[in-house]
Design a protein around this ligand. Structure first.
Ligand code: LLP
Length: 384
């Protein structure tokens, strides 16, 4: 039984729901802030990982900025207290209303991903008599060695501008009166658990910086994106990601120049480990040659296993009995609604509480209403 979970307090709550351990979030925020402050690094939390209002306001109070990828995220970030000058706006397909919102709110920077987008930002900024700060999102062509659905920095991907086009893009920015180049932006992928792909990234950044300085361009801002992975296998013994090692590697190989600001955009590593999806066992069902635990949570509540084959540790919070082997499945009418196959958990029976761990990032925010299901609610350890 995992004593971190107050299951006696769960009794009155409708499952499935998200449960956030605010102590873990607090410790994570303290750790990332302390480690980043050592080098004066600027952290923009990637709102896409979890935009629950209480999570956002906790993160903004810790002093982080926000990395947004839609107008909706900009609105959510502002509402939660992030200041506009700490908001950056990325994304390969920004709609006009979203660009206008960013301009009206005076966000700090648009990370641009194409020449046509630059032209539109210029036109919309000119119409408002403003100048938009832009950073060029570079596709660094670095393989992040992670799941192919969540790599973003290779030649195959739709993201960013190819390094070979950099001159063309800078000439374009020079020619457009209402956009101002303030930096470059990279992001190579997500759930990266080795430091080596990041090393490939700063090698590219150093090369690019050297090249741009020949064009007398000084990059005020360098944004290395997010991507630091979490330990999905051991959420109890390893709840805080290794921010120290992550920043150290950049500090060692990418010496920032005087006046240059280095930014990061972590999402998963900030909120991943503090969240669990709590569900109840509906039935234990004997199959032809295996046993199923049927939960009241399905992929509509946590899509990562079905979508990316992702592993989430499963714990039976109600039982201390010896382990048994089950396929843990949900109630949705699709066979991909399987959280894990042949997994060992403490012997289960109807009514047991089951936790799907490390679900704080890309869990609640990716929930949907397929099968006319209700969206899961969220509860917090400090006010439950
Ligand atoms: N910056 C940019 C430009 C991004 O595209 C992303 C994530 C991040 C920052 C934050 O990355 P993180 O630190 O969270 O790895 N739904 C998938 C993950 C998609 C990530 C998309 N981009 C999942 O559940 O694994």
């Amino acid at each position: 039984m995992n004593k971190q979970f107050p299951i006696e307090k769960f009794r009155d709550l409708q499952t499935p729901f998200y449960y956030y351990d605010m102590e873990v979030l607090k410790r994570t925020l303290e750790d990332i802030t302390n480690e980043a402050n050592k080098y004066n690094y600027h952290i923009h939390y990637a709102v896409k990982a979890n935009a629950n209002p209480r999570m956002l306001s906790t993160i903004s109070k810790a002093g982080l900025g926000a990395d947004c990828v839609s107008g909706g995220e900009i609105q959510a970030a502002l509402k939660a207290g992030f200041s506009a000058e700490k908001i950056v706006f990325a994304g390969v397909g920004k709609a006009d209303w979203e660009i206008n919102l960013g301009l009206d709110k005076n966000i700090s920077c648009f990370n641009v991903e194409s020449i046509p987008e630059l032209e539109v930002i210029n036109e919309l900024a000119a119409a408002k008599g403003k100048t938009a700060n832009v950073a060029i999102r570079i596709n660094p062509e670095v393989d992040a060695h992670t799941h192919h659905h969540i790599t973003t920095g290779t030649k195959e991907d739709k993201f960013g501008i190819n390094i070979a086009q950099i001159d063309k893009v800078i000439d374009k920015i020079d020619a457009l009166p209402s956009v101002k180049l303030t930096g470059i932006h990279f992001h190579i992928g997500s759930q990266i658990t080795e430091m080596e792909p990041f090393a490939g990234l700063f090698v590219k950044a150093v090369e690019l910086e050297r090249y741009l300085s020949q064009r007398r361009i000084f990059l005020e801002n360098i944004n290395f994106g997010g991507g630091l992975g979490i330990d999905y296998k051991h959420p109890n013994s390893n709840p805080i990601p290794d921010f120290k090692a992550w920043f150290e590697v950049f500090h060692k190989y990418f010496p920032a120049r005087p006046g240059q600001r280095v930014h990061f955009e972590p999402g998963r590593s900030v909120v991943g480990q503090c969240g669990s999806l709590i569900s109840k066992v509906l039935y234990v069902k004997e199959g032809a040659f295996k046993r199923f635990v049927v939960l009241d949570a399905g992929f509509t509540d946590l899509i990562r296993p079905a979508f990316y084959d992702a592993y989430h540790k499963i714990e039976n919070l109600s039982s201390d009995e010896t382990q048994d082997i089950y396929d843990v499945v949900g109630p949705i009418c699709e066979s991909s609604d399987t959280f894990a196959k042949a997994v060992k958990i403490n012997k289960a029976q109807r009514g047991d509480y089951i936790a799907l761990r490390s679900a704080g990032a890309y869990g609640e925010i990716m929930a949907m209403q397929y099968n006319c299901r209700k969206l899961p609610k969220a509860y917090f350890s400090d006010i439950i």
